[in-house]
Design a protein. Structure first.
Length: 442
């Protein structure tokens, strides 16, 4: 087993001498065998253990076991407890997905804090088969059928070559202690159902089912590499810009006769479900303004573009008051304020993010709030009022940008449609004495 371990890790360039390794150890048989092999191969890893608080005392006993094993081996250990059930409820995701998100977020944070070059995860060959079937039932596209990788960035899987039987035999032979996870037998979890019920049925049809599936996964992986190159060409052809928002050309999508399946793979990193992509695709010839959501992103179908941006669930929508004399605010947006007396050298700013208004026409406190339906103002240079919604329409401002727009108000009068236009009633004139400079720091 050790010889196979060394060969596999050399072949895939996983464990490197003098590189800092963080080994994720649950206390179960897979991770304890991985830890044994890493140490036998003369590497000195640090250990990380997650207590997901899902099995009451059993979870705490797992943590104690791993901490004691780390002490025996004189290895540094990081431990952390999570309220996984609460996180699952808040995010409206499964317990398994919640645990996965929590642990990988923490692992990557530790890697950044302590400069770990790799994070070792104890996935084995049987996990590859189970993940293939899980992804097939979820509908993850061709990428989901390419299998678990030996390396993904700094995540490495040093025992991916080994079957569960090999791991069990090695643990018995080497007298490796480990903790049994009672939840591994509970078929209410999808992976356990596949492991204990589904795969045995396939093995009745084909005794070599596991090896067949692994071979098929390797074929999919080779095919996906070719497909990925073509996807990259299409991605570049339809993309107008990538930052700060990803903007995609609808005419290009239509001219290239792309399918929902291709768009699903092109936008895979944003986490939109296939159903959402199909609905979005069907909306392309229709009216603009439709919004589509994934867990972390929002997609706007605008007039001639698709606009994708990250959801900002922490973005404050509450209005705030700004007293005279305040020089800067950082929430909900970054604004700075400077008072000055008008002199002959003063030049009125001409940018959308840097404005000057007549200080003596303002009534404090000013109010910063989101624009609302029915709001109106007098755009600079105009002597009649205009609805803010009509101004947006005339300027072809998309729905996402509309929803993010703030207005600065003096009493009930709009002073500034922030980042767009000031109100003519507050402009600098020949009669202005005192000026308030306001700067939007984007």
């Amino acid at each position: 087993m050790l010889e196979k371990f060394l060969s596999y890790n050399t072949e895939n360039n996983l464990l490197v001498k003098n590189h800092k390794i963080l080994a994720a150890i649950s206390g179960g048989i897979d991770s304890m065998v991985m830890l044994n092999l890493i140490c036998k191969a003369d590497y000195i890893p640090d250990i990380v253990h997650c207590n997901f608080k899902l099995r009451n005392a059993e979870s705490d006993e797992d943590e104690k076991f791993v901490v004691n094993e780390a002490k025996k081996l004189n290895l540094k250990i990081h431990t952390k407890s999570f309220d996984t059930a609460e996180f699952s409820r808040k995010k409206n995701i499964s317990i398994q997905m919640a645990a996965r998100e929590l642990r990988y977020t923490w692992f990557l944070k530790l890697a950044e804090m302590y400069s770990y070059s790799s994070i070792a995860i104890a996935h084995n060959r049987d996990d590859l088969v189970e993940t293939f079937l899980i992804n097939l039932t979820r509908g993850t596209g061709i990428k989901g059928l390419t299998g678990i990788k030996a390396r993904q960035d700094i995540i490495i899987r040093p025992i991916l070559f080994a079957s569960r039987n090999e791991i069990e035999n090695y643990a018995k032979k080497e007298n490796i202690k480990f903790r049994e996870d009672s939840s591994n037998e509970d078929i209410k979890y999808r992976r356990n159902l596949i492991r204990h019920k589904i795969i045995p049925q396939f093995e009745k049809l084909n005794p070599s089912f596991r090896e067949t599936l692994i071979r098929e996964s390797e074929i999919f992986n080779a095919t996906y590499k070719i497909y990925k190159n073509e996807l990259l060409k299409i991605y570049r052809a339809i993309t107008i810009q990538e930052t700060p928002n990803h903007i995609i050309s609808i005419p290009k999508i239509l001219s290239l006769r792309l399918t929902p399946e291709t768009l699903f793979d092109l936008l895979e990193k944003y986490g939109f479900s296939y159903t959402v992509i199909v609905n979005m695709f069907n909306s392309l010839p229709g009216e603009s303004g439709k919004l589509f959501y994934s867990d972390n992103y929002i997609l706007l179908k605008d007039r001639k573009t698709l606009v994708i941006e990250k959801l900002n669930t922490n973005h404050a929508n509450d209005s705030i008051e700004i007293q005279r004399g305040i020089h800067k605010i950082n929430q909900p947006i970054h604004l700075s304020f400077t008072e000055q007396v008008k002199d002959t050298d003063f030049r009125i700013p001409v940018t959308k993010t840097h404005i000057a208004v007549d200080m003596d026409l303002l009534t404090f406190p000013l109010k910063l709030r989101k624009w609302e339906k029915g709001d109106y103002f007098y755009p600079l240079g105009m002597k009649h009022k205009k609805k803010v919604s009509d101004y947006f329409t005339d300027k072809k401002i998309n729905r996402l940008d509309k929803e993010k727009t703030w207005i600065l108000v003096s009493e009930n009068n709009i002073v500034w449609l922030v980042g767009h236009q000031i109100d003519d009633r507050f402009k600098i004139t020949s009669g202005t004495t005192n000026i308030l400079l306001i700067n939007l720091n984007e």
